[in-house]
Write a protein that binds this ligand. Sequence first.
Ligand code: NAD
Length: 398
Amino acid sequence: MIIKPKVRGFVCITAHPTGCEAHVQEQINYIKKQGKTQNGPKKVLVIGGSTGYGLASRIAATFGYGADTLGVFFERPANNGRPASAGWYNTAAFEKAARAEGYYAKSVNGDAFTDEIKQKTITRIKEDLGKVDLVIYSLAAPRRTDPKTGEVYKSTLKPIGQTFDNKTVDTDKKIIHDIHLDPANQEEIEATRKVMGGEDWELWIQALQEADVLSEGAQTIAYSYIGPKVTYPIYYQGTIGKAKEDLERANKAINKALAPLSGKAYISVNKVVVTQASSAIPVVPLYTSLVFKVMKEQGLHEDCIEQIHRLFTTQLFASKTPTLDEAGRIRIDDWEMRPEVQDAVANLWPQVTTESLYTLSDFAGYQANFLKLFGFGIEGINYDEDVAIDIPIDALTE
Ligand code: NAD
């Protein structure tokens, strides 16, 4: 099949298998270039491990530390002549590359919020790995069914207690326009906490601990974001920020629960990157385009793989214990939050218009990055060539 990008709003409904493979390989090459370290994770569970920060974590664990990995995610196989999702093709490419070098790489494909998928994952750990020493929690989901009550919660991206008026970029039409967002009601705040807060992270660790599949000294880490003042009303102080606050509550609770194992739970605040999850947040794509321009000019630009490599080598698996901020979080967004970066973005923010989108911001870089998530726009790939879409992965399903 000849596959071209089909972008609908902030999603691309097609993905290119060879392009996704090249994108995964590029990340593997980056990690290999940095060199392998012995002192690090060896058996890793990555929840949300098919795209974005989770996939980068899986790659960094295997090719940076020689770790065997089990990935959990929710991806769509090819069917009825439709290509599979990008995360499916990424996983096929990752499994192939990992196995070629003798590493274990298998997966569980299904809704990670369910008890069934947790149990399937535990079975696979028991059969294949025995125990895991690192659990990465990198889910970004729009909805969650509470496994106890069956109630479905949908997350929203809204301000709290105030309306929010600012500008944003329509990434499809390539125009800057004003945006007005009404505040969330209590139900929406709570629903977002149920989906993107810490409850499911706690349930995972509880299930893994009860099944005795966590090694002595096991670590777990979940990812968070804070960002600049301009997105505070929609992010840090909005519904998603409240959910991330709940992640911090869960972090403390998990730390207590892991104490008998001498285990540790961490939250890492990562920098903004283009992923399927972040492209859906209003205002964030415009900020991302501006901060990319500034950070590239200052030689500070990083994507998922560079961030996770820095997180692992300078914090999580460095010879010293991780440095935490006043709220107990690892800050790998430190370069993004540098005053010289933030001041430059704040200076550009009022100036940027539709006409100056490509000169004052790195919107071109944003778009290229977005297409790359789905395996498009990658040099050396012939997109007019017929490619097989039905590529297997080694995953248990629901
Ligand atoms: P992403 O969209 O690239 O990845 C989401 C992952 O979750 C995928 O593997 C997907 O298959 C999986 N998933 C979604 N719903 C699922 C379900 N019901 N069951 C099983 N798997 C499911 O997202 P990302 O941007 O890498 O986000 C991962 C984490 O990193 C999030 O907590 C996010 O808040 C955080 N983060 C993101 C950014 C950013 O700029 N993208 C910055 C800082 C922190």
